[in-house]
Structures are given as structure tokens and as C-alpha cells.
Design a protein around this ligand. Structure first.
Ligand SMILES: NC(=O)c1ccc[n+]([C@@H]2O[C@H](COP(=O)([O-])OP(=O)(O)OC[C@H]3O[C@@H](n4cnc5c(N)ncnc54)[C@H](O)[C@@H]3O)[C@@H](O)[C@H]2O)c1
Length: 468
């Protein structure tokens, strides 16, 4: 073979090898893609003609916010108390199917020097309340099943809606909230009080000022031993509603307390969005064992089926490549924790089980207690500086509940966008059904619907608005 022929053969062999590698790589990539693409279990519906998004929605300002509170159980009674401490509020209507709960709330109004409200006790009276023309805000503290129906009806009747967590139980309900808010241009806020806790607000401030660098990973949780309350027929939840959810569904039943604060630190739907998630649950052991010990092996509670696995772990990947771990466990004996952890390229913060912060250049070590105290003072969130003292006096989970109500009323009075919008409510609540689908399919990746339908790119950061 001549030298020229030999060179040609060598080049040809090289080309064949390169092409083969290319083909194998392409095949592997496309196989990987097929294998690992998250399932779009819930496709995003088209926005209805004539509707636009409600990011940073502003409504007409008002001097007095006229409120109806629906659901006056453990949570609703606290709302009556807190809202009575805020100037510029008038509680016009109170509703609960248990008349004694309405009476108790009226007593609170009286003790705090407020006028008596109109009381309602019918199961469907929330509709009549939403139809009244002397109410601006419908504030819902019922069991979960009524949250979306009342909020949607309230918005349809021209009211702003504030609903306890979670806002929606299914993706369909989440879309109902989004579509109704976009159609009516009314505020729909989910009352996620944990965003307003003192450490969470400080770490939001730190995150926004770049102290942690690029936040790469965050964790949140709702770990709270509720076994005694779930089974308490006298002092527990109305009609055992929470136990019934543990019987019916697996997955992350209560994601919003852990997710809310870290989602704001990560600017979710303000420049980034949740892309897909995977979720795995342990089996259920806790409720059955507890029921056997408390009520006997042969009791109905011991023999009942509980679909909710004790430990639920969900990992969410964002479009910009960050990860969020959300855990849920209310059925084992564990110390309370919402974790609240932010981990970035320049620092780390965590609230539970040990509150601490570490920063570059000494990132592998916690700051001393003294250094932590002074850092928290320097980065105290301006809203805490403004109202933290009063919040501690009025109370509600150490004050965060009051700050939440105070901010809601302040923004409504001033016609400002609310701190949390309908997309937060939809995204954070959507984890319930998305995690269930993933759990039922051995941790299969499931796409998180983009409830903003592309508008998440328009904003850069979360803003808690203040009048200049
Ligand atoms: N953000 C928080 O920190 C926090 C804490 C606890 C509870 N929650 C949420 O608050 C909500 C209420 O929880 P809870 O612990 O007060 O439960 P609960 O069972 O004590 O209260 C629910 C109330 O709704 C009433 N109700 C039932 N049907 C009604 C109807 N048709 N019309 C009007 N009222 C009706 C019941 O009589 C009961 O008083 C839940 O969504 C829960 O997730 C939030």
C-alpha cells in the first residue's frame, strides 16, 4: 500500500470511529431522555382569552378592610383575636357550623372593644356571606375541603380571599384559584404564616443581599407529632377531618409551611420556577401502633387503613438547577421541625434542629452564638423592625401569625401587591397531588405545572412592598 493510500485509510477509519461514537452518544442521550424525562401528569391549560397574569397585582386601596371569618375552630378563633388588634379592620361576619364557636368569637370581639359581627351557623352560609355587599375580604379557616370552593366563590362575588393552608388539595383546584384570580383581578392569598417567622425573615433578607451567594439547595419540612390531636374526638379537629385525610391519601399532605419560606428565598416564579419533583413515602406504622396502644387491638381506629405513609420526602428541581427537599411527618414521636435550611456558594443557614449560620471563609464551622446574634440583628428584616415587638405581644406562633395579618391588611389598605400571590398558593399546594402521583409510581419524576404560564421570567425577586 502506498503512503498516500495508507494515510487515506487511517483518516477513513478515524472518521468511522468518530461517527460511531457520535451515534452511540446520541442514542444514549435520547434513551436517557426517554428514560428520565419527568411525566407531565398535569398539562398546563391555555390561559382564557382576555385574561392576563396577576403577578404584583394592585387593587383599589381602602381605609377599612371589612372582613368575614369563616371557620372558627382552633385556628379561626386566633384570627378573630389577631385581626381585632389591627387598626383599620372591621369584622363584619363570623361563621361556623358549631354555634358555640361563633359565640366564643363574638365574646372575643366584645372583650377587645369591637362591635358584634353578624353570626352564621349554616353549612352553606359561606355563600350568603360572599354575596353580601359590605365585605372586602373573606378569611377562611375551615377544614381543607372548603378552602378552594369558598375562595373561588368569594372572588366571583368581588371579594379578596385569604385562605388557610393548604389553599388547594388538587391540581384542578389550584388552577381554579389561578383562573378565578386572573379573571376577577381579586387577591387570593394563602395564609402561610411561616414566611413571617423571625429567623425566616432574617434569612430572606440575607439571601436577597447575597450573603449566601448562589443558593444551591434548600430544605423545609412539617415534622410535628399530631397523633394525639388526630385521634381526639373531643378537643381535636372538627369531624376528625385531618385523620380522614391520613386515611385517604399518601404523599406530602402539608407542604406549605416548609416550602413557603424557602421558595421565597429562591425567588420561585420570580426568575426561577419549580420544574419537576420526585417523592417517596415510607409505609404507615405510626397511627396503627398508636391506635392499638391507646384504643386496643380490636378498636376501629387500630383496624382502620391509613394510606398516608409516616415519612414523606419530596425533592424538587428548579429550572435554574437548584434543589429543594420537603419532608412531612405528623405520625411519629419526633421533636418539632420545619428545618428551614438554605445552602449556597458562600454560606449556610438552618433553623432546626440546631439554629446556626456558617459563612465563607469559615464555611465549615457554625458562627459562635455571639456572632450569630449580631448577624441576626444586622440583617433583621425591616418588617420585623417595624412590627416585631407588637407581634410578640399579640402572639400567634410567637408573633408570625400577627405579622402575616398585619401585612395583609397593610397591603390591602394601601393598594399594594400582597407578599404572597395566587401563584405561590397554587405552586406550594400543588405538591400535595404531585407528590402523591410520584409516590404511587415508585418515585417517578413528575413535572410541576407552570401556573404563571411563562410570566415567571418577568420578575427578578420577591418583593414585600412598602409605601415610600
Ligand atoms: N397556619 C397555621 O399555622 C395553621 C395551624 C393550624 C391549622 N391551620 C389550618 O387552619 C385550618 C383550620 O384548622 P383548625 O385546626 O382550626 O381545624 P378545626 O377543625 O379546629 O376548625 C375547622 C372549623 O371549621 C368549621 N366548619 C366546618 N364546616 C364548616 C362550614 N361549612 N362553614 C363554616 N365553618 C365550618 C368547624 O366547625 C371548625 O370549627 C386548616 O386548614 C389547617 O390546615 C393552619
Amino acid at each position: 500500500m502506498t503512503t498516500r493510500k495508507l494515510r487515506f485509510t487511517k483518516v477513513a477509519i478515524l472518521v468511522v470511529i468518530i461517527m460511531s461514537i457520535g451515534i452511540i452518544a446520541c442514542n444514549t442521550a435520547s434513551k436517557d431522555k426517554t428514560l428520565f424525562t419527568a411525566v407531565e401528569a398535569f398539562p398546563v391549560p391555555e390561559r382564557l382569552a382576555g385574561q392576563t397574569h396577576v403577578l404584583e397585582l394592585r387593587a383599589e386601596p381602602m381605609d377599612t378592610v371589612r372582613i368575614a371569618i369563616i371557620g372558627l375552630g382552633m385556628r379561626g378563633q386566633g384570627a378573630v383575636y389577631r385581626l381585632s388588634y389591627i387598626e383599620g379592620t372591621k369584622i363584619v361576619a363570623l361563621a361556623d357550623v358549631v354555634p358555640a364557636n361563633v359565640e366564643e368569637a363574638q365574646k372575643t370581639l366584645k372583650e377587645l372593644g369591637r362591635s358584634e359581627a353578624v353570626g352564621y351557623t349554616g353549612a352553606e352560609d359561606w355563600k350568603t356571606i360572599c354575596e353580601r355587599n359590605d365585605i372586602d375580604l373573606v378569611y377562611v379557616c375551615t377544614h381543607w375541603d372548603l378552602h378552594t370552593p369558598i375562595a373561588v366563590y368569594a372572588m366571583e362575588k368581588g371579594k379578596h380571599a385569604a385562605i388557610e393552608v393548604p389553599a388547594a388539595l388538587t391540581i384542578d383546584e389550584a388552577w381554579q384559584l389561578v383562573n378565578t384570580a386572573e379573571k376577577t383581578r381579586r387577591h387570593m392569598i394563602m395564609l402561610e404564616n411561616c414566611n413571617y417567622d423571625f429567623f425566616e425573615m432574617a434569612t430572606l433578607n440575607m439571601a436577597q443581599k447575597g450573603l449566601f451567594g448562589e443558593i444551591v439547595h434548600a430544605e423545609g419540612a412539617y415534622i410535628h407529632d399530631l397523633r394525639w390531636l388526630l385521634f381526639d374526638e373531643e378537643k381535636g379537629y372538627w369531624d376528625m377531618w385531618r385523620l380522614k385525610h391520613n386515611q385517604k391519601e399518601d404523599g406530602c399532605l402539608y407542604p406549605t409551611h416548609g416550602l413557603g419560606p424557602v421558595a421565597h428565598a429562591l425567588n420561585i416564579h420570580r426568575g426561577d420556577k419549580m420544574d419537576y419533583l420526585v417523592s417517596v413515602s415510607s409505609n404507615q406504622f405510626g397511627l396503627t401502633e398508636y391506635a392499638k396502644e391507646k384504643f386496643g387491638e380490636d378498636s376501629d381506629y387500630a383496624k382502620a387503613e391509613y394510606k398516608k405513609g409516616d415519612m414523606s420526602s419530596t425533592i424538587i428541581k428548579t429550572s435554574k438547577g437548584k434543589t429543594i427537599l420537603i419532608q412531612h411527618n405528623t405520625t411519629n414521636p419526633r421533636p418539632y421541625s420545619r428545618i428551614h435550611m438554605l445552602s449556597g456558594t458562600k454560606g449556610f443557614a438552618q433553623k432546626w434542629p440546631r439554629t446556626g449560620i456558617s459563612l465563607e471563609p469559615d464555611g465549615h464551622r457554625y458562627l459562635s452564638d455571639k456572632a450569630l446574634d449580631s448577624l441576626l440583628k444586622v440583617y433583621e428584616h425591616p418588617i420585623i423592625t417595624e412590627v416585631g415587638g407588637k407581634a410578640k405581644q399579640v402572639g400567634g406562633h410567637g408573633g408570625m401569625d400577627f405579622i402575616m395579618d398585619y401585612r395583609l391588611i397593610y397591603c390591602l389598605q394601601n393598594g399594594l401587591p400582597l407578599d404572597m400571590d395566587v401563584y405561590d398558593a397554587a405552586e406550594w399546594s400543588a405538591i400535595i397531588e404531585l407528590s402523591r402521583v410520584s409516590v404511587e409510581n415508585q418515585g417517578m419524576p413528575v413535572q410541576v405545572p407552570d401556573f404563571t404560564r411563562g410570566a415567571w421570567r418577568e420578575l427578578k425577586t420577591v418583593t414585600y412592598f412598602k409605601n415610600e
